[in-house]
Structures are given as C-alpha cells and as structure tokens.
Design a protein around this ligand. Structure first.
Ligand SMILES: Cc1cc2nc3c(=O)[nH]c(=O)nc-3n(C[C@H](O)[C@H](O)[C@H](O)COP(=O)(O)OP(=O)(O)OC[C@H]3O[C@@H](n4cnc5c(N)ncnc54)[C@H](O)[C@@H]3O)c2cc1C
Length: 485
C-alpha cells in the first residue's frame, strides 16, 4: 500500500483466492481503492501455495459460475482457454454413470471449464490485479475486526513480509507488525477456516447459527499424463455413487486439463474411503467404483504426482443473514459463508455468483448507504443456499452424516430426484432440465413444472445404455478395447 487514502472510499477484502479476487473486482467500480489482504505470498503465475491445499484436487467450474466470472471479468474465459483450459460441453463431452445408469451424450445444454486450480486462480488474479484501484497486501493475516456491534470500521492485520508497506493509515509497519487498516466496507473471503463468527462475537454480537452435514467423504487425487493420442482432448469420465442403499458412496472422476494431463479424483464416504497410497489408486478405481472404466483408462496413463488426500469435505454453512443484529460495513462470502461437499463442484460457481450479487447490491442501494451490508449478506445467501440444498439433499443419506438421518421430506424429494435421474438417462429434455440445475444456471423450480413432472412419471424414452458411451475413436486413443461393458 503506497499512498494515504480516504477510508470512506476504501474497501478491504480478506483472502486473495477465488472469492476474494472476484469480490475485489465487484467493488472496484464503487470504491476508490480496494485492498486485498492475503496471508500467503501469492505466486506470479500458476503455482501451488500453502493456503490453497485443495488446488491439488480436481476442480471444474460450471457454466452458472462461468457466466458470473465473465460478467465481472469480460474475456476471462478466452484467456483461460488460451492458457490451456478446456471448455467441455455438457453432456456432449461427458461419459457419466449416474445413480440410475449411464447418461447419453446429448447435444450441449451447458458447459464446464476444466483447468488446474492454480491456472484458474492465476488467470483470474492477473486480470483482477490489472485494475489499478485494486491493491494486494500479501503475506498479511487478518486477525480481527475493528469497530463495535453497530459498525465495522476496519480490520486488524499482522504482516509477515510480502507485498505492501505502510500507507500512513495503520499503527505499525514492517515484518511481524500489527496494524489497523481502516475501511468503509470489509468483506471476509478467507475460506473454510474463516474466523468471522468469533470476530463478530468479540464485537459484542451473538453467536451465529451454523449447520454441518458431514458425509465423511475422503478425497484422493492424482495427476496423470494422458496417453499420447488422448492428450489433445478427451471427455470427462465420471462414475457417481448410488445413495439409495444407505451404503457408503464411492465415486471417481477424470478431468482432462491443460498440457495433456488428466486430474483424477477418487472418493468415498464414511466406511468407503480410498487410501492415500499410490499403489492402491488404480485398484480402487477398478474395483471399488460402480464401473471400472476410470481404472482401465489409468492403466495406460502415466502418473505425474503422488496421491493428494483430504477430508476437508464437510458441508458447513453459517446463517449470517438470519442474525437479529448485523453490523454496518461487513459481509462474508465464498467458503467462509458456506462450504460444500466438493463432489458437486459448486463452490467456485457460488463464490462468483455471490460476487455478482455483492456488486448488484452496492449498485442498487449505494456505496455507504445505511443497511447495505445487511442487504449484501441476504443477497449472497441466495446462491449459497441454492447449492447448499443440492449438496445436503443428497449427503443426508450417507451413514452418520447427521444425527437423525434423512427426514420424510428428504426421502420424498430424493425419490423424485432419483426418478428424474433415471428419466434423464433416456430423455434429452429431462437431462437438460437436470443440468439446468446442476450447472447452477437455474433454480430447482425448473424440475417442478407440469411437463417435467409428467415426463418423470413416464420415465426414460430410450433403453438404458449397457456401458460407458465412449466412441470407438475415444476408446482407441486411450488404448482401450471396444465393448467395455
Ligand atoms: C478437494 C476439493 C475439491 C474441490 N473441487 C471443486 C470443484 O470441482 N468445483 C468447484 O466449484 N469447487 C470445488 N471445491 C471448492 C472450492 O475449492 C472452494 O469453493 C473455493 O476455493 C472457495 O474459494 P474461497 O476464496 O472462498 O476460499 P479459498 O479458496 O479457500 O481461499 C481462502 C483464502 O484466504 C486466505 N486466508 C485464510 N485466512 C486468512 C486470514 N486470516 N487473513 C488473510 N488471508 C487469509 C487463504 O490463504 C486463501 O488464499 C473443491 C474443494 C475441495 C476441498
């Protein structure tokens, strides 16, 4: 931070990852200056870093999120593709075994962007930081809020080196020092480890209502070099769990990303977890998933990394929007607000949609207006809540996920969704409606129209597929035999 600035026109964003960078962009049209405070020293390009351990696992960005990111950073999808990211049409370029059978490869309804997480972040970060109103203070940890229960007036920051120096606004400078950065709006985007609830309590606010649904999912991921003929492009391959039987769910997906690589994730809920052993990876894919196709593909690919393992998969939501009192000038979004079981691949899209909601709230109600932060908090809760209902609606069925197990409502809804999934295997129209929702392009109400209800009653129009719908060319390019049943 170089020059003294007017705190009344300054926004501070805590956390410089996906949600933080997009929130900074969302605010840069209103504030004179947006300071992003990030604990890590961020790399110049796509490289791993300590504060983003999930980057070693597969990440996909659904089109509902792509649209939101594009709205904030026009042209970013093209930049990602230029850097090697892939655009995969849904379900055209997907080989998916759903809970009720193989999906057909219907004409494009939606799409996903596939890239290593480090590439995705680096591309977005470069575009955000090109905006001269946005500054990065890296190697700096937010340690608390300044203000009182009525209004936040700044943030307490401990610097440990990195970029940014004293700007005359704080009470200290240099490595290891504490200072206060005053701001007219503070946005917490510090991810799953957010301490916002504690910080608010320290200001005199009550505890926030929280919910956790933990399927006990363990995630094992490994990077591969695809067989030579498959490096220039390959479909997504995904074997999903079937939650009906109350047994652990095991799933796997293979995502083609930049540089001819495949990032492969295998996972299992409580009692069905994969191990973290390199030697067990292909075996798990072949023997423990509902179909061995991913294992077969990996037999002919070259491992480029060891297995990365995580259990940071619990669905956790803080209902800040329901708090009876909420201070002016403070908002929480991204994983800090709600984090989901990563199996559904929704966190990135929700963060982007929340950043757009932040921008729209400030635009509608005015920078510095009374009650703005309360309105922002309610607005960002909408996309967060939509993804929450999708994730939790499925995860409550796994053993031990909740104290009391699924409710009657959960069971009825799941039975209907199951029927829709079955219908989608043999009806392009219903597959489109289902992906309207999973892509986060539309809300679940599209699944409750009379036409969809009728179609679900009638069931699939085509016979079930007996094996993965890989084309002869795709089989050959991956070195597989035809008729993989
Ligand atoms: C295994 C796994 C796989 C996933 N796969 C997908 C997927 O396929 N698709 C998808 O959409 N989502 C996926 N997700 C979710 C996605 O990773 C998150 O939703 C996304 O990273 C949230 O972004 P965020 O900016 O809110 O938090 P994070 O990306 O976690 O970033 C938080 C940032 O805050 C910084 N920070 C933390 N504390 C402080 C502090 N006190 N002061 C300053 N800085 C701080 C950290 O260093 C970090 O940079 C996956 C998650 C996991 C765990």
């Amino acid at each position: 931070m170089s020059e003294p600035s007017n705190p009344a026109r300054t926004a501070v964003v805590l956390g410089g990852s996906h949600a933080g960078m997009l929130a900074a962009r969302a605010l840069s049209g209103f504030a004179d200056r947006v300071v992003v405070i990030e604990r890590d020293v961020l790399p110049d390009g796509p490289a791993p870093r300590r504060g983003l351990p999930q980057a070693r696992h597969a990440h996909m960005l659904w089109s509902g999120g792509v649209r939101a990111v594009e709205e904030l950073l026009p042209g970013v999808t093209e930049a990602l593709r230029d850097a090697g990211a892939r655009r995969s049409p849904v379900t055209t370029d997907m080989v998916v075994m759903g809970p009720r059978g193989w999906f057909r490869r219907w004409p494009e309804s939606h799409h996903v962007i596939l890239a290593g997480r480090d590439l995705l972040d680096a591309t977005i970060r470069a575009r955000v930081l090109a905006d001269e109103r946005i500054e990065l203070l890296s190697g700096a940890e937010a340690t608390g809020l300044v203000g009182d229960a009525g209004a936040v007036t700044g943030v307490r920051v401990r610097t440990r080196g990195g970029t940014g120096g004293g700007d005359g606004s704080g009470s200290g400078s240099g490595a290891g020092s504490e200072r206060i950065v005053p701001a007219a709006l503070v946005v917490d985007a510090t991810g799953r480890g957010s301490r916002a609830a504690r910080w608010l309590q320290a200001l005199g606010l009550p505890a926030v209502e929280r919910r956790e649904v933990d399927s006990g999912l363990a995630y094992a991921s490994r990077l591969y070099l695809a067989p030579e003929q498959a490096r220039s492009g390959y479909p997504i391959v995904n074997v999903q769990p079937d939650v009906r039987d109350g047994r652990p769910g095991r799933a796997g997906f293979l995502l083609p990303i930049e540089d001819g690589r495949w990032i492969v994730t295998l996972n299992g809920t409580r009692g069905g977890e994969p191990t973290a052993e390199n030697d067990d990876f292909v075996r798990f894919a072949r023997e423990e998933l509902r179909h061995p196709v991913i294992g077969e593909l990996l037999e002919r690919a070259e491992p480029l990394s060891d297995v990365s393992y995580t259990r940071a998969t619990v669905n956790r939501r803080s209902y800040y929007e329901r708090m009876a009192a909420w201070p002016e000038n403070f908002a929480v979004l991204g994983d800090a607000l709600a984090a989901y079981n990563p199996l559904y691949g929704h966190g990135l899209a929700v963060a982007a949609q929340s950043a757009v909601a932040l921008r729209e709230s400030v635009r509608r109600h005015g920078w510095g207006s009374t009650g703005l932060s309360r309105r922002v908090q309610r607005a960002v809760a909408r996309p967060a809540g939509a993804a929450w209902d999708l994730a939790v609606g499925q995860d409550v069925f796994y053993p031990g996920a909740t104290e009391n197990g699924p409710t009657l409502r959960d069971r009825l809804l799941a039975a209907y969704v199951g029927r829709l999934m079955l219908t989608a295997t043999g009806s392009g129209r219903i597959a489109r409606r289902v992906t309207d929702v999973t892509s986060l392009e539309r809300g679940p109400q599209v699944l409750l129209t009379p036409t969809v209800l009728l179609a679900a009653t009638a069931g699939p129009l085509k016979r079930p597929l007996t094996g993965p719908p890989l084309t002869p060319s795709e089989l050959e390019r991956a070195g597989l035999r035809a008729g993989l049943g």
